[in-house]
Design a protein around this ligand. Structure first.
Ligand SMILES: [Mg+2]
Length: 375
């Protein structure tokens, strides 16, 4: 963190929010849910002095328990009240958001990101620099292949590799016999790709050990396996991690630094997947990354199926923190529209920031959504 900007006293002049809906190019399917269009809310923070920042929260009821109505209720209620008219440093104001109510991690992330965007815009600097990183760094992104019929997954994998992606994230976790067929179809269609598997809690520990050791025996090009078992089954996750050679990543099991410490203590995983919508924003995400760094564990920065504002915020943090060595930030490629412009640029699977103060994004107007209509 940059000290002078960290110590600046900010005054919040206004907190606003508006609702949007954006269709996806293809349905996004995991072991937990199916999504064809994303309902999301943009939170906006204006500082005294005029800097305006934005953050966003997508409804992901099956993951965070939040829908657009609950996100709006949180922002109109305790979260907005915690910030409206408040004075303090960026750390103090972020702490007010975190403490304002239990849960509501997506809504908190939207507001806390908006605050950080406004803070960095007021300082005239890209957010990544205020978080300790460089605005010219890049990272290789992956492309997710939804959980579908093997032939459909093979086709999506082929398309992603043709578009320059070297890393594919393959959604599994439905049925282990079918999962083997899905992965075989993907490997045949995209033999050069490095694969990240995500079961989204879909396997029992014994099934996970059986299927993962099978993939190892077959020498498949898998680099990690994400959340093979139920989020609450730390002991089961530890058993899988001990029994297989491939690195196991915790995702749904890690929402906070407290979770990270518990998983690390139990040797339950080799890697952590951080998402701003789970940690309630950047500060909580940094706490998880710090816990990982102290334990010598690498992190991936991922996201829900969230709009470009959320993904850009995640990219700024990923490029700033040394424990974050992988990104899974492909949602912008899923959206039928790129609104708002700026923030991030991706070429042949490599992601960089577009530059400019704050998140580097054009502000999204309340009367614009990806379908061109107002709401
Ligand atoms: Mg995951």
């Amino acid at each position: 963190m940059e000290q002078s900007a960290e110590q600046a006293v900010l005054e919040v002049a206004a907190v606003r929010r508006h609702r949007h809906r954006a269709p996806l190019r293809h349905p996004f399917v995991t072991a937990a849910r199916r999504t064809e269009a994303v309902e999301y809310v943009v939170a906006e923070v204006e500082l005294a002095g005029g800097a305006v920042g934005q953050g966003s929260a997508a409804e992901t009821v099956a993951v965070t328990g939040e829908d657009a109505a609950s996100i709006l209720a949180a922002l109109d209620g305790p979260l907005g009240a915690a910030l409206r008219g408040a004075r303090g440093t960026i750390g103090e104001l972020s702490a007010r958001i975190a403490a304002a109510m239990p849960g509501a991690t997506s809504a908190k992330a939207a507001l806390e990101v908006a605050l950080h965007d406004a803070w960095a815009r007021a300082a005239g600097r890209p957010l990544v620099e205020l978080l300790g990183g460089s605005a010219v760094s890049t990272m290789r992104n992956d492309m997710t292949v939804s959980l579908e019929e093997p032939a459909t997954m093979a086709e999506r994998a082929r398309e992603a590799v043709a578009a320059g992606h070297e890393i594919l994230k393959i959604k599994l976790g439905h049925d282990i016999a079918e999962d083997r067929e899905r992965l075989a179809a993907v490997v045949e269609a995209a033999p050069s790709a490095r694969l990240r598997l995500d079961a989204n809690q879909g396997w029992l520990p014994e099934q996970a050990v059986e299927i993962i050791t099978g993939f190892e025996a077959d020498g498949l090009p898998v680099e990690l396996v994400e959340q093979p078992v139920a989020a609450g089954d730390v002991e089961g996750l530890a058993r899988v991690t001990a029994a297989v050679s491939l690195p196991i990543m915790a995702d749904e099991a890690v929402w906070s630094a407290v979770d990270a410490h518990r998983l690390i203590e139990a040797r339950a995983c080799d890697l952590l997947n951080i998402k701003l919508a789970k940690t309630g924003g950047l500060r909580g995400a940094i706490e998880v990354a710090e816990a990982a760094r102290r334990a010598g564990i690498d992190c991936m920065l991922g996201a829900m199926m969230e709009p470009r504002i959320s993904i850009t915020a995640a990219a700024h943090l990923a490029l700033a923190h040394p424990a974050i060595t992988m990104i899974d930030l492909d949602p912008p490629a899923w959206f039928a529209s790129a609104l708002p412009r700026g923030g991030i640029v991706q070429e042949r699977g490599v992601l960089r920031l577009s530059g400019g103060p704050g998140l580097g994004l054009e502000l999204l107007r309340p009367d614009v959504d990806a379908e061109g209509g107002g709401r």
